[in-house]
Design a protein around this ligand. Structure first.
Ligand code: UDP
Ligand code: MN
Length: 311
């Protein structure tokens, strides 16, 4: 009977949540869940704080797409962390632009400085979850909420897509350390109790210092703090996608089940008039395919009125 229960639970985890039940958080969250849920309302969009890392150079092309698609689904919850003022962007997002003092550039310091500001911005909120994305991510907002609702936010949770199958060796202040992390470019969600525990290594500029002492990028540093310092294993979900994957491998019949997507150059999702009845934009107007994707996921969205349907 007990075995049957665990078997069914595992099937549910794998089939519905698409998380791999190899880590203790995934298993243990089934136990205390009910204690809190009896007296607590389920997590809603308003319990989630979303940050998007960006750079002035990407405001017009990458953010234009986000602001006219998934941002419309979470405009009160989403903040853009950037490196330069932009009146138009501030206006379009109702002031949800945080102009960090971080330098522009793809260096470890520039990116980790910005992730530190993403963290500090979340910490000023009182939300239950912090989800962070890159500016080349598409987020299925409704599904993200439904997904997080299945977890107990009071537990220490670090959810995303693993970068490497196994932890690897690194050095922190010259000491050998094990590192495990999820890909920043696929999006990452962290429960607030865990975010609070990250403070000594992440708050008010410490994130950058931790990253420099580790000599690894921002997403890796996040994983190091959580996995190595705080001894919390990542919870993997294969519903988060970065452009490290071949995005055309994701089948359109499953698009509505995925939480994040990405794009990079020719590595884009496959959505054309041949494989969907929902409004599709041509490649010139929609090189990332995110406009067409958005109309596949939220067909009633304003932007879908402008699809040309001639791709
Ligand atoms: N980024 C940044 N400053 C830069 C370059 C990149 O803040 O000068 C941000 C970018 O906006 C994105 C993330 O870092 O959110 C990853 O950048 P990108 O997608 O260009 O490269 P990747 O690391 O994915 O190869
Ligand atoms: Mn990228």
């Amino acid at each position: 009977m007990l075995i049957a229960f665990f078997y069914v639970s595992e099937v549910i985890l794998v089939k519905i949540l698409r998380v791999k039940p190899i880590y203790c958080e995934v298993v243990s969250r089934q136990k205390p869940l009910h204690d809190h849920q009896i007296s607590e309302l389920p997590v809603t969009l308003d319990d989630i704080f979303i940050t998007v890392k960006t750079s002035k150079q990407f405001h017009s092309n990458r953010l234009g797409v986000i602001v006219s698609t998934w941002f419309t689904e979470a405009k009160n919850q989403t903040y853009f962390i950037t490196d330069g003022a932009d009146v138009e962007l501030s206006h379009a997002t109702n002031g949800h632009v945080v102009s960090s003092k971080c330098p522009a550039g793809h260096s470890l310091s520039a990116l980790s400085c910005k992730l530190g500001v993403e963290y500090d911005t979340f910490m000023k909120s009182d939300k239950k979850w912090w989800c962070r994305f890159d500016d080349d991510n598409y987020v299925n907002v409704k599904l993200l909420v439904e997904f997080l609702r299945e977890f107990n936010w009071r537990n220490d949770l670090y959810i995303g897509r693993r970068s490497r199958p196994e932890p690897f060796k690194g050095n922190f202040h010259g000491e050998p350390v094990d590192i495990d992390f999820t890909t920043g470019g696929a999006g990452v969600c962290i429960s607030s109790p865990l975010a609070i525990k990250m403070k000594p290594w992440a708050a008010s500029g410490e994130f950058l210092r931790t990253s420099q002492a580790l000599g690894h990028a921002d997403d890796c540093t996040l994983g190091f703090i959580i996995f190595n310092r705080l001894k919390v294993n990542p919870t993997e979900s294969i519903l988060f996608h970065s452009h490290m994957e071949l995005l055309s491998d994701i089948h359109i019949t499953t698009f509505r089940e995925q939480i994040t997507f990405s794009h990079r150059g020719k590595n884009i999702i496959n959505i054309t008039q041949n494989n969907t009845d929902t409004p599709v934009f041509d490649f010139k107007s929609d090189p990332t395919r995110f406009l067409s994707l958005h109309c596949h996921i939220v067909p009633t969205s304003q932007i879908c009125k402008y699809a040309f349907n001639d791709s």
